[in-house]
Design a protein around this ligand. Structure first.
Ligand code: ARG
Ligand code: ZN
Length: 417
């Protein structure tokens, strides 16, 4: 009896809480459902009953998470409407368990010798990502600096890293990741870019050196940590919202202040696409806005990394409209997609986000475009649904490698215009 009692008391409170609260997705499935005639209405109905959750989609199909209890009901609902679907993930928890295995002994030993714990063989906690950024700033002070541009709702740093050789003639590019908590491949890929440019800056091409790089790899640190500790599939930030119902979390990619409050965003705090109480109501999006307001830097490009679907999306997102220079955005997008395909083999579709996907207002891309940043893209990384958000860590390096080829092409092109 004594032995049993001793165990829980010995554990730190943090660990104890995690064990109690971690959400289990055993038996949950992910389906790709084809969109035809009444499918969208049926899907919306099932979603409002919380039987399913949307994982995203386009004009021809939508991926949905089906809760185990709902499998029969959802099957029936789709069958009666003659809507076809395909099971992509049979057991979501199993995929989650296999996604991010611990490193082996050799890897861990290597890690400890380097001065930081970051790798691109595993998805890392925020502490490792921030430690890695601080390490680079300390190791390469002449080209790298780290700045905290604000704090998240729960008080975590919003850490931005700048790489620059200080030439006044340089152009500037802003790259962020991790706006959506569950899209783990995004911070992994953005930190890979940082590592490549930082560790090899001396031997990098002039295309890279002629740009001042600004990286914010984890826009939503509270959500990111929450996906590691409690709910692997959390999307929003962690601010408590009152309104039509009260729930936690605002979709930061519906909270940016250009055409805020329009299509594809929700007024319900419990919705996964809750827009927040007003434009930039969230500390994380506001910090980005404040940074842009306070800096004299004129950015030539803004890249924001998400997953999944393999898309290169340019504005506008709020509605089916195109910016006057959309042909330039299409041209550059095609070049980037071509470079990705040539290097790694994945094919990325290029188009406006409202046109290719669905209208959604309050995105960071639309806002960046409204700030006169010409080459603004949302990049939806791999895959196209086989693993969805739960992309195994073995994919980090291949996905990052093919995407850095895209960034290099952008840099080269910017150097010519
Ligand atoms: N999957 C992204 C989202 O739903 C796409 C964003 C595209 N940009 C936009 N402004 N709609 O947030
Ligand atoms: Zn996203």
């Amino acid at each position: 009896v004594e032995e049993d009692k001793a165990t829980d008391d010995d554990k730190p409170i943090e660990t104890l809480k995690d064990e109690v609260e971690r959400i289990d997705y055993t038996g949950a499935q992910v389906w790709k459902v084809s969109i035809k005639n009444s499918a969208q209405r049926v899907i919306n109905q099932l979603a409002s009953e919380k039987l399913i959750a949307s994982w995203g989609g386009n004009h021809s199909s939508i991926d949905i998470l089906v809760k185990p209890k709902a499998l029969e009901n959802v099957t029936a609902a789709l069958k009666t409407k003659d809507i076809s679907y395909y099971v992509m993930i049979e057991d979501l928890q199993q995929r989650i368990n296999e996604e991010n295995p611990p490193l082996d002994e050799n890897e861990l030993e290597l890690q400890d010798r380097r001065g930081h714990r970051m790798t691109w063989k595993q998805y890392h906690r925020l502490e490792d990502i921030h430690g890695f950024m601080d390490y680079l700033a300390k190791t390469y002070p002449s080209i790298i600096s780290v700045k905290t541009i604000g704090k998240s709702y729960e008080g975590r740093d919003l850490k931005m890293l700048r790489i620059s050789d200080g030439k006044p003639s340089n152009k500037a590019v802003f790259i962020d990741g991790g706006i959506h908590a569950r899209e783990w491949i995004s911070p992994a890929v953005v930190t890979y870019f940082i590592n490549q440019f930082a560790e090899n800056f001396d031997v990098e091409s002039d295309d890279i050196k002629n740009i001042d790089w600004y990286f914010l790899p984890v826009v939503n640190p509270d959500g990111y940590e929450y996906t590691h500790k409690t709910d692997r599939l959390w999307r929003k930030n962690r601010k408590y919202g009152f309104g039509a119902g009260s729930c936690t979390g605002t979709d930061l990619n519906r909270n940016f202040g250009y055409r805020w409050g329009g299509k594809g965003s929700s007024t319900y705090p419990c919705s996964d696409i809750y827009r927040g109480s007003g434009p930039f109501s969230e500390p994380e999006s506001k910090a980005i806005n404040d940074f842009f307001k306070s800096t004299a830097v004129k950015f030539s490009a803004y890249l924001t990394y998400h997953s999944y679907g393999q898309y290169l999306l340019y504005p506008w997102g709020y509605d089916n409209a195109l910016p006057p220079d959309h042909k330039d955005l299409e041209t550059m997008g095609k070049l980037i997609a071509q470079a990705i395909q040539n290097t790694g083999g994945s094919s990325y579709q290029v188009g406006s986000s409202s046109g290719l996907l669905y209208p959604a207002s309050g995105g960071s891309d639309d806002w960046a475009k409204s700030q006169n940043i010409k080459y603004t893209y949302t990049i939806e990384l791999s895959d196209t649904g086989r693993y969805g958000f739960v992309l195994p860590a073995t994919y980090i390096e291949p996905v990052a490698r093919e995407n850095i080829a895209g960034v290099r092409v952008l840099a080269r092109y910017l150097g010519k215009i």
